[in-house]
Ligand binder design. Structure first.
Ligand code: PEP
Ligand code: MG
Length: 307
C-alpha cells in the first residue's frame, strides 16, 4: 500500500477525464516544511502564522516574522505558499495581547477583528510578508471574514503598507495573490460579492461547520449534532464555488473536511480547485483523484449531497 502511494510522487493530481485539483499542505510552523516536501505537496495551502505569536512572550518583531516567511518561501522553491494572517482569540489566547475576557470568545474579538482594531500589529505582519514575497510565490489570506467592508479596509491597509515600502526603497513582489477564508456562514452567503475583490477563497470547514450548525468545535460531547457531512455544509461549499468561479476566483478547502476521502468525489464534482490537508493525507487523496472519472460520478454524487 505504502509503496503504491510512494509511486504517486511527482504525478499530477488529475482525474481519468482530465480534471485537475491542486493538493497542498497545511502547516503550523517552519519545521513542518520537510514533511510537506516528503509528501510531494503541490504547495502550502494554509500556513497558520499563529505559532510566531504563541511561541513568544511579546509581539514578534517584523524581522523575526520576515525570517520565518522567507525560510518557508525559499524552501518551497516557487511553489505557492498561502500564509494566513494572525488568527488568535477563541481557542488560541495569547497573554500579552491583553484581550478583555469575553462571554463567547468564538464569536468575539478574534482573528481579523483584532487586526482591524489594532492595525499596528496587522501592518507589522503585512510588512514582513511583503518583504518576504521576493523569495518565492507568496499568497496571503485573511481569517474570520464576515463582511465586505472588512476586505475593503484590509485592501486599504495593504496599499498603505506597499506605499511605505516603496518610499523606503524596499522591494516586494507585484504578484502576491490575496484571498480570504470562508469560515462564517455570512462570508459563504456573500461569496459572490467578496469574490469581486479577491483572487481566491479557502474554505475553513472547521469553523464554517461550527458556525453553520451552531455546534461548538471544542465540545467533545456534541456528537451527531456536529455532522461534518451535513447537507447544509455541502450546499454552502457548492454555492461558494459557483459564486467564485463566476468572477474568476479560485476555491480551496483548508479545513479538516478537505482530507475526508469519502468526499473527494463530491469536491471534484462540485469543482473545488484545491485541497489543503495534513501532509500525510496528500498521496492517498491523489490516488483517489487519479482513480476517479468525474463525468461518471458527477450526477449521482451531486444528487446524494445537494438535492
Ligand atoms: C478552519 O476553521 O477550518 C480552519 C482551517 O482554521 P482553524 O482550524 O485554524 O480555525
Ligand atoms: Mg478557522
Amino acid at each position: 500500500q505504502n509503496k503504491l502511494l510512494q509511486q504517486l510522487k511527482g504525478r499530477e493530481s488529475v482525474t481519468k477525464d482530465g480534471q485537475k485539483i491542486e493538493l497542498c499542505a497545511n502547516i503550523g510552523s517552519v519545521l513542518d516544511v520537510g514533511n510537506v516536501l516528503k509528501n510531494d505537496a503541490e504547495g502550502i495551502g494554509l500556513f497558520r502564522s499563529e505559532f510566531l505569536y504563541l511561541e513568544s512572550n511579546d509581539y514578534p518583531s517584523e524581522d523575526v516574522q520576515f525570517a520565518a516567511y522567507k525560510d518557508v518561501l525559499s524552501k518551497m522553491v516557487n511553489k505557492r505558499v498561502i500564509v494566513r494572517t494572525l488568527d488568535i482569540g477563541a481557542d488560541k489566547q495569547v497573554d500579552y495581547f491583553n484581550m478583555p475576557k469575553e462571554e463567547n470568545p468564538a464569536m468575539g474579538i478574534r482573528a481579523i477583528r483584532i487586526c482591524l482594531q489594532r492595525p499596528d500589529i496587522f501592518k507589522t505582519q503585512l510588512r514582513a510578508l511583503y518583504r518576504a514575497s521576493v523569495f518565492g510565490k507568496l499568497a496571503i489570506m485573511f481569517p474570520m471574514i464576515a463582511s465586505e467592508w472588512e476586505i475593503v479596509k484590509i485592501l486599504e491597509i495593504i496599499d498603505e503598507v506597499k506605499a511605505e515600502l516603496d518610499s523606503e526603497g524596499i522591494a516586494y513582489s507585484k504578484n502576491v495573490e490575496l484571498g480570504c477564508m470562508i469560515e462564517t456562514p455570512a462570508a459563504a452567503v456573500i461569496s459572490d460579492i467578496l469574490s469581486k475583490h479577491l483572487d481566491f477563497f479557502s474554505i475553513g470547514t472547521n469553523d464554517l461547520t461550527q458556525y453553520t450548525l451552531a455546534a461548538d468545535r471544542q465540545n467533545p460531547d456534541i456528537g451527531k449534532f456536529c455532522d461534518t457531512h451535513h447537507v447544509a455544509i455541502l450546499r454552502l461549499i457548492n454555492m461558494i464555488v459557483q459564486n467564485a468561479h463566476k468572477n474568476g476566483t479560485w476555491v480551496g478547502i483548508c479545513g479538516e473536511l478537505g482530507a475526508d476521502l469519502e468526499l473527494t468525489e463530491a469536491f471534484l464534482a462540485i469543482g473545488v480547485d484545491e485541497l489543503s490537508v495534513t501532509p500525510s493525507a496528500i498521496l492517498p487523496i491523489r490516488k483517489k483523484v487519479i482513480e476517479t472519472n468525474v463525468s461518471e460520478i458527477k450526477e449521482s454524487v451531486l444528487d446524494k449531497y445537494l438535492n
